[in-house]
Design a protein around this ligand. Structure first.
Ligand SMILES: Cc1cc2nc3c(=O)[nH]c(=O)nc-3n(C[C@H](O)[C@H](O)[C@H](O)COP(=O)(O)OP(=O)(O)OC[C@H]3O[C@@H](n4cnc5c(N)ncnc54)[C@H](O)[C@@H]3O)c2cc1C
Length: 542
């Protein structure tokens, strides 16, 4: 490895590591690399740092994981000093936090903004990556670390006639920084996933009228957001290390009250009591109400029925309530949404719901949107159509490993990784929260920190042993992919046409991408691999 380089000095062409992306993952990775005395350059396509929280500025954008959990744990001073204002932090507050972290740890000087990495080519003889950007940079690095994000490639709206639309349109994932004023407008929102569910109640209050175009209804649980309870904050901060330890060892990266009993063993009254308690507490802990909700369809049906009753009790028009009630996939197998007043918004006189399964969109027109049966006049369209999740950003880069193998070729039938971190055929390349790791099924900050720490420890190991190269073996990758599949298919998850399965992107292979084995168990597995000298990897000195 080269000695630490000053990135502000005259053009440095060679780094120990190139990091792609400056969200939570890229920033912490840079901090760790610096701490190891390694030189690094971070490239970020956006005009600012923050990743998800830089791009997603739609009305109501907010974290679903509680603030005291959704934050870095690596610095005791940072976690003690930062004061969150709400139970769930809003996008502006999270972005302020990220900016604060970047300043506090002096990270900005190694980050190049507005620079997209276009290609990363492995040079077998020099044992290094050649990285090129869309601004013409050409740099070399021994290690290439992909902090490109699981939900960072917004789906491009592919609707006939969009170019003829006379109004304005935006994607929630690339929202204008100056905001959008919907006052007096006729607005259409396409999609009813998490971003739509957060933004619809707010847009409805502002717009003259709102039409929600829904293909698949989602299960949404109330957030019950509120100013952060200062007693709770005090209790957590008094014992933050222990609080974080429990999160790291938990299933999903934050502690939820789990229940070891089966929903089917409980009486209807016990079930109702448990579901009501979770609904009233709010947030993502609902799926842990009983031990078998994600493995037994019969158990799951009891939770789905509870939701349907809730929707019927909130939404006054029975036909609309019916349309909003998800059927056809088990609850929890698509990402659960967390809302403020979502279902109640459909009681408003200025809000309409259109079922796209019955009335598919034919075209966007100069005046609005035409379904098979009607035309809707709109001034503004919001595309809340999600992301090419988990693989989109990685496959968006021309990555070529040994013998010219491209990542696109390697993943033609779906992503294959070892531990979600490494890929056979791609030496010295790491993916943070890659497919095959718990990533999007978890509190992502916990998963990000775990991967970054694992990678940093790995680099220390290589340096201590005079090694220059690490690559996952094909056998270890094979076995890991089989394990990820086996564990995934033992659950109900694959029964949903979800973005976890790649089902939201036309032509994308249907593979259940994240690892459902649990954050704590997964961490142990990764630690064991390292403790045993990086089993499943081949290491070499040249
Ligand atoms: C609306 C929304 C809400 C979310 N809510 C939650 C939540 O409640 N809880 C939770 O745990 N997670 C949530 N997530 C997931 C969220 O993405 C992660 O929590 C976390 O922010 C990911 O950080 P990251 O650094 O891994 O990736 P990102 O924040 O996505 O950052 C990746 C960065 O890489 C950049 N990039 C990608 N490709 C290139 C390239 N070729 N060249 C240069 N730069 C590139 C992107 O521009 C992006 O800025 C949410 C995601 C979204 C979209």
């Amino acid at each position: 490895m080269t000695r630490a380089a000053d990135a502000t000095a005259s053009p440095v062409k060679e780094f120990d590591a190139v990091v792609v992306g400056a969200g939570f993952a890229g920033l912490y990775m840079l901090h760790r690399l610096r701490g190891l005395g390694l030189s690094a350059r971070v490239y970020e396509a956006g005009g600012g740092i923050g990743g998800t929280w830089y791009w997603n500025r739609y009305p109501g954008a907010r974290c679903d994981v509680e603030s005291m959990d959704y934050s870095y744990s690596f610095s005791e001073e940072l976690q003690q000093e930062w004061k969150w204002t709400e139970r769930y932090a809003s996008q502006p507050e999270i972005l302020r936090y990220i900016e604060h972290v970047a300043d506090r740890f002096d990270l900005r000087r190694d980050i190049e903004l507005k620079t997209r990495v276009a290609s990363a080519i492995w040079d077998e003889t020099a044992n290094r990556w050649e990285v090129r950007t869309d601004r013409g940079d050409r740099v070399f690095a021994q290690f290439c670390i992909m902090a490109t994000g699981c939900l960072s490639t917004a789906q491009t709206p592919a609707f006939k006639g969009l170019e003829t639309f006379g109004g304005t349109w935006n994607h929630t994932g690339t929202w204008p920084h100056e905001g959008v004023d919907f006052t007096g407008q006729r607005v259409g929102v396409i999609g009813t996933g998490s971003s739509a569910i957060q933004s619809i109640p707010i847009i409805a209050r502002q717009a003259a009228s709102l039409v929600v175009f829904q293909r698949t209804p989602n299960f949404s649980v109330p957030a019950h957001n509120a100013p952060l309870d200062r007693d709770f904050e005090g209790r957590v901060k008094a014992n933050y290390a222990e609080y974080r330890r429990q999160a790291r060892e938990s299933r999903v990266g934050f502690v939820v009250a789990s229940n070891d009993t089966s929903a089917l063993a409980a009486t209807p009254e016990e079930r109702l009591r448990e579901y009501e308690a979770r609904w009233n507490r709010g947030g993502l802990g609902f799926s842990a109400a009983f031990s078998d909700l994600l493995v037994s369809k019969d158990a799951n049906d009891t939770a789905a029925a509870f939701f349907h009753d809730k929707i019927r009790s909130i939404v006054r028009d029975p036909a609309i309530a019916e349309m909003l009630s998800p059927t056809g996939y088990p609850i929890g197998t698509k990402r659960m949404c967390v809302d403020t007043d979502y279902y109640a918004t459909f009681n408003r006189d200025n809000v309409r719901l259109v079922d796209l399964r019955k009335h598919p969109i034919e075209a966007i027109t100069p005046r609005g949107l035409r379904t098979r049966d009607a035309e809707y006049e709109l001034d503004s369209i919001v595309f809340a159509i999600g992301f090419d999740a988990m693989t989109g950003a990685l496959l968006g880069i021309d990555i070529r490993g040994r013998d010219g193998l491209t990542l696109g070729q390697k993943w033609a039938a779906g992503p294959r990784t070892y531990l979600g971190i490494a890929i056979a055929g791609f030496p010295n390349l790491f993916a943070i929260t890659g497919p095959g790791s718990p990533s999007v099924l978890s509190n992502m900050i916990v998963s990000i920190e775990q991967h970054v720490d694992w990678i940093a420890d790995c680099l220390v190991h290589l340096r201590a042993h005079g090694l220059h190269r690490i690559e996952a073996t094909v056998d270890a990758e094979e076995a890991w992919v089989a394990h990820v599949n086996e564990v995934g298919h033992a659950t109900l998850y694959p029964r949903a046409n979800s973005w976890y399965m790649g089902a939201n992107v036309p032509g994308k292979p249907r593979v259940f991408m994240p690892y459902v084995g649990g954050v704590g168990a997964y961490r142990q597995r990764c630690s064991d691999v390292a403790a045993k000298g990086y089993t499943g990897f081949s290491l070499a000195s040249a």
